[in-house]
Design a binder for this molecule. Structure first.
Ligand code: ADP
Ligand code: MG
Length: 256
């Protein structure tokens, strides 16, 4: 290779947005010369590295935008503490592909214990690792944002922007009793994503108690129908994890 080519390469690779190749081609080029690689092998090695780093950068970007809490992963989830769910089932759901492509929902109920947020975040993190885009938010925070958007006559645009997320995680759906305006935007979101984009929710109250969270019975029934129609439902129903950790006489960190 001429010195002129070598001098031009950084500029050309930069213009083509191939920063990884720009960083490694000299080292790999020297090795290829030394070991007598053919041109196809050299080029394939360059492309492999560029693609791998591009995927890693994309995942890092998606993780940063997701709002997912750190450290709440399937690896740190103690499955023994949630005997009502099977690890194999959770791992299969975490692969995600089929039900997320079909806009299915995942609803996590947990009437007594703890672990909802951890499990939801663990699923979300696994989806991001598998190349999906996820937004994790407390339901009340998102409802406030949607109400502000409605006041600014920007609700359709805001809902459309949420479409870029394959999975929207609404943590603590029933945390506070909602007024009519809050219920309206929440149900508009549910209707908007129905059969197109996935929702994951965590909730303490079973459906039978949703009339205490939402003031409008007709709307509540309609929302439950849409949420449940293509849904996987997980019920944790465990003893509080925090209490359990104390039973064992260990600080929570040792187990988590
Ligand atoms: P919830 O959202 O149901 O109130 P969290 O998921 O926030 O409960 O759990 C409370 C704490 O206990 C968190 O720090 C969480 O990471 C931890 N925890 C709960 N369940 C488990 C579990 N099965 N394995 C590991 N840590 C858990
Ligand atoms: Mg929680």
């Amino acid at each position: 290779m001429s010195d002129v080519d070598a001098a031009k390469l950084p500029v050309m690779l930069n213009a083509l947005r191939l920063p990884t190749i720009g960083r490694i081609w000299q080292e790999f080029g020297a090795r290829a010369d030394r070991e007598g690689w053919g041109s196809a092998r050299f080029l394939a090695a360059m492309c492999d590295h560029e693609l791998a780093e591009r995927a890693a950068r994309r995942i890092a970007r998606h993780m940063a935008e997701s709002g997912l809490p750190h450290g709440k992963t399937l690896a740190t989830l103690d499955f023994a503490a949630v005997p009502t769910i099977r690890k194999a089932h959770v791992m299969a759901l975490a692969e995600g592909d089929a039900w997320i492509e079909q806009g299915g929902n995942l609803l996590i109920f947990d009437p007594s214990g703890t672990g909802k947020t951890h499990l939801a975040a663990a699923f979300g993190t696994a989806f991001v690792d598998n190349g999906k885009r996820v937004l994790f938010t407390r339901t009340t925070d998102l409802v406030q944002k949607l109400q502000a958007a409605r006041r600014d006559l920007a609700l359709p645009g805001t809902l459309a922007k949420l479409d870029r997320f394959d999975v929207l995680v609404l943590d603590d759906l029933g945390y506070v009793r909602k007024n009519q305006a809050e219920t309206n935007v929440l149900f508009e979101l549910i209707a908007e994503r129905y059969e197109r984009r996935s929702l994951m929710t965590t909730c303490t109250q079973p459906f039978s108690e949703w009339n205490q969270i939402f003031p409008d019975p007709a709307m509540t029934v309609a929302a439950i129908d849409r949420l449940v129609h293509h849904a996987i439902i997980l019920e944790l129903n465990t003893e509080s994890y925090r209490q359990k950790a104390l039973h064992f006489g260990q600080p929570l960190e040792c187990i988590a």
